[in-house]
Design a protein around this ligand. Structure first.
Ligand code: NAD
Length: 245
């Protein structure tokens, strides 16, 4: 029997790197998986259902929640991975760009929690995606970092308010994971080899390594864990290493 046997799990951004790895892992752990993303359809686990959802669309969220209630009677797990990145110096970031990142990363996380909590039974688990850049500042990430710090705060408030309903809410703060999110032109001049040398474990992470943590937070293995974050960053946020001659 899988670790999510009998659970209904929704993975947003499920065609992306971390979302796809999570959807596949959850399907292997016997969850009934519903995947959403922006495209009309995409490669999802054979047992999963796919639906199109722009996570910034509140009416879309309400319709999805109603649909989940009608089809499954409830939702046990949400892993909200949909998100965008932007790398630009603060002074070169337009107000529209800044707002777009907050809308997609932060407001959408709020809409997600607000839509699914009412159809979650006690024992439900919501997993949001912040970032190591929601824990530490980083150059070029004014809009992204602000959105990911906000997701951590939102997650803690949701955990406090939903605890009475028996719903846990936690966030994952990945470090650098090789996915499409850093494939855009924004990151074209990033020196990934030099970046990798700053990671204590000496390499970027994989989507599967984030999915493993999502599974822990989704399952009863984390039954007493709520309102917190798990950093999955190869040690980057642990502190600074003293350079040696
Ligand atoms: N990859 C990393 O290094 C890293 C590090 C820290 C945090 N994260 C966070 O993890 C999450 C997943 O990132 P990833 O690396 O898998 O990226 P990804 O680009 O591979 O996947 C993100 C998915 O979100 C979807 N998406 C974007 N905007 C959407 C919208 N408005 N509505 C619905 N879907 C939308 C995209 O279509 C894509 O499939 C993001 O929230 C990201 O900020 C990633």
């Amino acid at each position: 029997m899988g670790r999510l046997s009998g659970r209904v799990a929704l993975v947003t951004g499920g065609l992306g790197g971390i979302g796809s790895a999570t959807a596949h892992l959850f399907a292997r752990e016997d969850a009934t998986v519903v995947v959403t993303d922006l495209a009309a359809h995409g490669p999802v686990p054979p047992s999963a259902t796919y639906r199109t959802l722009d996570v910034t669309d509140d009416a879309g969220w309400q319709a999805l929640a109603e649909n989940l209630r009608a089809e499954h009677g409830r939702l046990d797990v949400l892993v909200h991975t949909a998100g965008i990145a932007m790398s630009r110096p603060l002074l070169d970031t337009s107000p529209e760009e800044f707002r777009r990142v907050q809308e997609t990363n932060t407001t959408a996380t709020f809409l997600a929690i607000r839509a699914v909590a009412p159809i979650m039974p006690p024992g439900g688990s919501i997993v949001t995606l912040s970032s190591v850049n929601g824990v530490l500042g980083a150059t070029g990430l004014a809009a992204y970092g602000a959105s990911k710090f906000a997701v951590r705060g939102l997650t803690k408030v949701a955990a406090l308010e939903l605890a009475e309903a028996g719903i846990r809410v936690n966030t994952i703060c990945p470090g650098s994971i090789a996915t499409e999110i850093t494939a855009s032109s924004d990151f074209a001049d990033t020196d990934w080899a030099a970046y990798t040398r700053t990671i204590p474990l000496g390499r970027r992470g994989t989507p599967a390594e984030v999915a493993d943590v999502a599974l822990y937070l989704a399952s009863d293995a984390s039954a007493y864990v709520t309102g917190t974050e798990i950093v999955v960053d190869g040690g980057v946020s642990a502190g600074r290493r003293f350079p040696r001659r």
